[in-house]
Design a protein around this ligand. Structure first.
Ligand code: UDP
Length: 435
């Protein structure tokens, strides 16, 4: 480890998966490892959703089959990743590769080059438990679930119901099972890093530790929120608008980087927000409403009806928005990062999950941590209006509002010196240095 009389920095190569919800935690990890003295090199795909490449077009992903998309991405990138690493290793010593679970070819490439690899799981531990259970449930004849068991609790995964399982967006059962294998299997990787916090998912983590039997580190996500990792341009003017709103009055609405709406859902959301009488900040991503470029399909009379009461932006600086004192609720698709960001800021949620692990996260928000409400049916204006008022204003939401503040404090403790995430991060540092 000596170089010209000084200690050589340990070099870690990161392989992120090119979606916002995966890039952010990987770059946060890279930022924090860098601050701990590691040199970081990022091996990134040319494809960067929503800018297509690597033999993929935007229409390949991710509205189609998730497994087919990932499989093409991995196959197309394998040779290039190997060549890049070989070239790099001719010039300098590489100590370890940390890859996103979904960039699974990295494990084989690292193995081929005799490099230790560590997998970063960007999703929650409980959603992995769900993926892990799917092959068993399929063998028992319960997956795909028939309509009459959708509301039933899944044995050993309570309080998840069959309708919460991450089984949508697959063209075939075979694809789904292959996806489960990608999500769950590790072959030669020496350790696992979890983008979660022990306090939130303790029992899932205990079971997963027993299953995987390799060192694992639950570090959570808040150490390096300074890392700018947004793929779209953030509209920072919305912070100025928030500055003018009363404390805890604004409902923030965002479906993350992938989920979309149809015209009817757009109209119901618009009128639900308007009728709730709460100010709102609404992220409508370009092309996220079927059949339109941006906001052309908003219902007639809506803009006039809301006046200054609502602000619509293309993309927000979400972490700053959630940390703003004016924000009192988050209507969310429950992506894992959004979920962590919301509860870490003590913002209660209205959950409208769309696909994949979002269903699991929504169930945990509403029924395990009990810091939010789930919209169970189709988006409907009266339901939205009721949920917003109940979460943010009415007496019935008081316990939820208090619980999320308590949870925020517990999470903050995990992040502090001596807290579980802080300890895990230090352990991870020592572990990488020992490889
Ligand atoms: N995000 C953002 N601005 C927005 C909407 C989302 O910065 O207007 C960020 C958000 O903070 C989160 C990520 O995009 O870190 C979305 O990840 P998540 O896992 O919540 O959902 P996904 O996009 O993967 O469905």
């Amino acid at each position: 480890m000596e170089e010209q009389g000084t200690q050589r920095r340990c070099i870690v190569v990161l392989v992120p998966c090119p979606f916002q919800g995966h890039i952010t935690p990987m770059l946060q990890l890279g930022t924090v490892l860098h601050s701990m003295g590691f040199s970081i090199i990022i091996a990134h795909t040319k494809f960067n959703s929503p800018n297509p490449s690597d033999g993929l077009t935007q229409s390949d992903c991710p509205s189609g089959d998730v497994f087919a998309f990932l499989s093409t991405l991995n196959t197309n990138c394998k040779g290039r990743l190997r060549a890049c690493l070989e070239q790099l290793m001719e010039q300098q010593e590489v100590d370890c590769i940390i890859y996103d679970t979904l960039m699974y070819i990295s494990e084989a490439v690292a193995n081929h080059l005799n490099l230790p690899s560590i997998v970063l799981r960007t999703m929650g531990a409980s959603s992995l438990m769900a993926y892990k259970a799917i092959p068993r449930l399929q063998a028992e004849g319960c997956v795909p679930p028939q309509d009459f068991i959708l509301q039933a609790l899944v044995p050993e995964l309570e309080p998840l119901r069959f309708k919460d399982l991450p089984i949508s967006k697959f063209n075939s059962l075979e694809s789904l099972l292959q996806m489960c294998a990608i999500a769950c299997n590790i072959k030669t990787s020496v350790a696992i890093i979890w983008n979660t916090i022990d306090y939130l998912e303790h029992s899932s983590l205990v079971q997963l530790h027993q299953h995987y039997k390799v060192p694992s580190f639950s570090i959570g996500h808040k150490f390096a929120s300074v890392s700018p990792s947004s793929l779209l341009k953030e509209d920072t003017d919305c912070i100025t608008w928030l500055d003018k709103q009363a404390p805890n009055s604004v409902i923030y609405v965002s479906l993350g980087s992938l989920a979309s709406m149809d015209e009817k859902e757009l109209a119901e959301t618009a009128w639900g927000l308007a009728n709730s009488d709460q100010p709102f900040l609404w992220v409508i991503r370009p092309a996220s409403v079927a059949g339109s470029e941006w906001v052309e399909l908003l219902p007639e009379g809506f803009k006039e009806a809301i006046g200054e009461k609502g602000l619509i932006v293309k993309w927000a600086p979400q972490k700053d928005v959630l940390a703003h004192g004016a924000v009192g609720g988050f209507l969310s698709h429950c992506g894992w990062n959004s979920t962590l960001e919301s509860i870490s800021e003590g913002v209660p949620m209205i959950c409208w999950p769309s696909f994949g692990d979002q269903m699991v996260n929504a169930r945990y928000v509403s029924h395990v941590w009990r810091v939010g409400l789930e919209l169970e049916n189709e988006l409907e204006r009266r339901e939205i209006e009721r949920a917003v008022r109940s979460l943010m204003v009415d007496k019935e939401g008081e316990e939820i509002r208090q619980r999320v503040i308590d949870l925020k404090e517990k999470i903050a403790l995990c992040m502090r010196d001596g807290g579980s995430s802080c300890n895990s991060l230090n352990d991870l540092k020592e572990y990488i240095l020992s490889l």
